[in-house]
Design a protein around this ligand. Structure first.
Ligand SMILES: *Cc1c(COP(=O)(O)O)cnc(C)c1O
Length: 381
């Protein structure tokens, strides 16, 4: 895949390596009130709704900023003051939703599982049965902290059966792991430009059930983060209320075009699964162990146990790989001393194999002979 030789390959959870053509799309200036830009904005919104299977039921509300800005805007807009959220937590991003609720003084309960254990639909069922005040359920589709895939379809089924609202943080899954509103009845899904769609960072979006959003006037305590107001304004004249990230949106349209050319969600997902398999197989061959068993692993980012070999110093490993042109990611898990390697972005088999070569040579350079963790996990060995 084409990239400039001097750019590093980003094996991270985002921002990611983008195609040359996506970067090239930004070499122009656009007036935000110009009809060509307005048309691009509309196409981007329509395409995102289509990708979520929400045509006729859901609307796309984009917002300036990183993904968290839209998560926050979604909490602030969709939750009335008397709402009570049930937040499913098995990593930092679920925890972040709770933090947002603290800022907004929205009540919540947390259903927590360890970072290597998926959300439990039966526990959600019990919680919703016990507490009739719980009005909204929050789930993170792929919890990027560990790379675990959460059972959103099961959670959606339980939530709908209880007549509550479901909000999905699908930031790191949208565009690569299927979630179609006609099959998984979510009320809102939140994602951003710079993950599996492979755009550049700067815009996020929420795809919200229109009948729900219509009732959300006056909920938001922030003008800039009011998705109802953003939606109403955009419906009126197709324009953004405040300066849009024009270049980001134009690049996003190009990224969406390339996503479609690759075969949409299934094509993109297939490449990532292939990347993930090459990475996991190659790392296991070198002696590394994954945190998660294969059946819980989303093909987005893989957490590896830190090797027990005293010659393995993560910062040195990171720096040497950086010299070879590969940027990996430290772990921030509580269950295990670990690091992460992403398999999303404009990367294919060749780049994953080059990354493995770089890892192999880096281990030799560091004098690391044993890559297994202190405590071997038989489930993933
Ligand atoms: C990336 C990500 C976010 C948003 O992070 P930003 O740094 O604000 O873009 C939120 N949730 C999940 C699951 C993510 O992977």
């Amino acid at each position: 895949m084409t990239s400039r030789a001097h750019d590093p390959w980003l094996l991270t959870p985002g921002p990611l390596t983008t195609s040359y053509s996506v970067k090239e799309a930004m070499l122009h200036d656009w007036g935000s009130r110009d009809k060509n830009f307005i048309a691009i904005n509309q196409r981007v919104r329509d395409r995102l709704v289509a990708l979520a299977g929400g045509e006729g039921t859901h609307v796309c509300v984009p917002l300036q900023g990183s993904g968290t800005f839209v998560v926050e805007a979604t909490v602030g807009t969709l939750l009335p003051r008397d709402a009570k959220a049930l937040i499913l937590v098995n990593g930092a991003y679920g925890q972040r939703i709770a933090r947002i609720c603290d800022y907004y003084e929205r009540r919540y309960s947390i259903l927590q599982t360890p970072e290597d254990v998926p959300n439990d639909a039966a526990a959600v069922d019990a919680a919703l049965t016990d507490d009739s005040e719980l009005s909204h359920v929050f789930v993170v589709h792929c919890e990027t902290t560990s790379g675990i895939l959460n059972p959103v379809a099961d959670i959606a089924e339980v939530t709908v059966r209880h007549g509550r609202k479901l909000i999905v943080d699908a930031m790191s899954a949208f565009g690569a792991i299927p979630m179609d509103a006609r099959e998984v009845p979510f009320d809102a899904v939140v994602a951003s430009s710079n993950k599996c769609i492979e755009g550049v960072p700067g815009v996020g979006f929420a795809i919200i059930r229109e009948s729900l959003l219509e009732d959300c006037k006056g909920n938001a305590a922030s003008l800039t983060l009011d998705l109802y107001d953003q939606w109403q304004a955009m419906e009126k004249n197709a324009q953004w209320r405040f300066t849009p990230p024009t270049h980001v949106i134009v690049a996003f349209e190009q990224a969406l075009r390339e996503h479609e050319e690759e075969g949409g969600v299934s094509g993109r997902g297939a490449r990532y699964r292939h990347n993930c398999k090459i990475l996991v197989d190659g790392m296991r061959e070198l002696g590394f162990e994954t945190l998660l068993p294969d059946e819980l692993q989303a093909p987005i980012i893989v957490t590896f146990h830190m090797p027990a070999d005293p010659s393995f110093v993560f910062q040195t490993f990171y720096d040497y790989l950086g010299e070879r042109g590969f940027v990996i990611y430290p772990g921030k898990l509580t269950v295990a001393d670990s690091f992460r390697i992403g398999c999303i972005g404009r990367l294919g088999e060749q780049e994953m194999r080059m990354a493995l070569d770089a890892v192999r040579e880096t281990l030799v350079r560091m004098g690391v002979t044993h890559c297994g963790p202190k405590q071997s996990n038989p489930a993933t060995a």
